[in-house]
Structures are given as C-alpha cells and as structure tokens.
Design a protein around this ligand. Structure first.
Ligand SMILES: N[C@@H](CCC(=O)N[C@@H](CS)C(=O)NCC(=O)O)C(=O)O
Length: 198
C-alpha cells in the first residue's frame, strides 16, 4: 500500500495515527505529496487533489475516514471501528470530530485568503463559531466514548493538535477541563509519538 500525505494535514494525521496504532508501518509506503503540486500519480488516483490518498494494488481508497476504516478492517479486523459500527450515537460523535477538523481547515483557508487580501469576515466568524460550539459538544459527549481506544479518540486528538498547530489564538483549553484531561490522558500513547504536524 502507498499513502500520499502531507505533514500539515490533520486528516493525514488521523491515518498515520491509525497506522501506528495497528503497527502497520511496514505495510505502507509513505509518499509526502503537497496536494497543490498535482503530482501525476496522485492526481490520477484522487481527482479531488486532496491528501490523504491510499492506493492498494492500484485501487485508490478515499477519504481519510474510509482509509482509516480500510486499514483497520484489513489489518486488525476492525479493532478501532468495531464499537462504532451501527452505533448511530458514536457514528455521529465521530462525524462531529471529523467536522471539527473540517471547520478548522476551513478557518485555515480563510487565513490564507487573508494573505491574498480576500478574507471573508462572514466565513471567518462562521467557522470560528462552529469550532467553539463543536468543542463544547465534544466535551459533553466524552462520557459516552467507548472504553476501548477507538478511531474517535484518534480523531479528537488530531483535531485538537491541529488547533494548537494552525490556530493557537483558539484557546480550547480554557474552561474545558474535561477536554484537557482527555487530551492529557492519551497524548503519551505510542501511536501519537511520531505525529508532528508541521
Ligand atoms: N474529506 C477529506 C478532506 C481532505 C483535505 O481536505 N485535505 C486537504 C489537506 S488538509 C487538501 O488536500 N487540500 C487540498 C485541496 O483542497 O486542494 C478527508 O477526510 O481526507
């Protein structure tokens, strides 16, 4: 298997943490690929031009949620996902965490647009408010997390790590003791040890 990724992508971070958790590094060749360079093999595999993108025996697997599920299903038989299959509450919890990543990436895009002089105050505000509401929602739902380490743990960790990396002005630790405790309790897990967004 071959994985196109970038070090700055929170979606790729979820995939890399999944690979590390399942100790599958030896099965997957990592290819760092800046999406905006449109490298031919990458763009042929993913017409959307986004990372991460996995290729297994010529078959492209997209997007990050599907890649994590695919790797988990093929390597561990579903260790990271088994608790959320057909559990609509947990599936929604997972979507909310992925949505936090989406809103944070959208906010990053507004920062880049600002550098081009075309920042939209409306969208900046909208993404910022979505991030604040979603942080609160995730904190509220923490008590419903499966006891066993899961893909939701990974998604929350990567979302919060991305906020620290790209949006340090968002003080997510303030007044969110539950989230801080959760983050601190998993950050020394081995699967996150080589994860450096940058
Ligand atoms: N839903 C996709 C989102 C992937 C995504 O947006 N990746 C960003 C990097 S963080 C990207 O490749 N952007 C390039 C582009 O939008 O052209 C996933 O979960 O993999």
């Amino acid at each position: 298997m071959k994985l196109f990724y970038t070090k700055s992508s929170p979606y790729a971070a979820c995939v890399l943490a999944t690979i590390a958790e399942l100790k599958a590094e030896h099965l997957i060749e990592l290819v760092e690929s800046a999406p905006f360079e449109n490298a031919p093999e990458f763009i042929l595999s993913n017409p959307l031009g986004k990372v991460p993108c996995l290729i297994d025996e010529g078959m492209p697997i997209l997007d990050s949620e599907v890649i994590c599920d695919y790797i988990d299903a093929n390597i561990s038989g579903g260790l990271l996902f088994e608790d959320i299959y057909a559990n609509w509450h947990l599936k929604t919890f997972y979507s909310i965490c992925s949505g936090l990543i989406d809103a944070s990436v959208n906010l990053r895009i507004e920062t880049l647009r600002d550098q081009e002089g075309i920042k939209s105050e409306f969208w900046w505000q909208r993404h910022s408010e979505a991030i604040e509401r979603t942080l609160l929602e995730i904190e509220t739902r923490l008590s419903t997390l499966p006891e066993k380490f899961s893909i939701i743990h990974i998604a929350i960790f990567c979302a919060l790590g991305y906020l620290d990396f790209r949006h340090p002005h968002i003080k997510w630790r303030e007044n969110r003791l539950g989230l801080v405790e959760f983050y601190d309790s998993i950050q020394s897990r081995e699967c996150f040890s080589n994860l450096k967004l940058g």
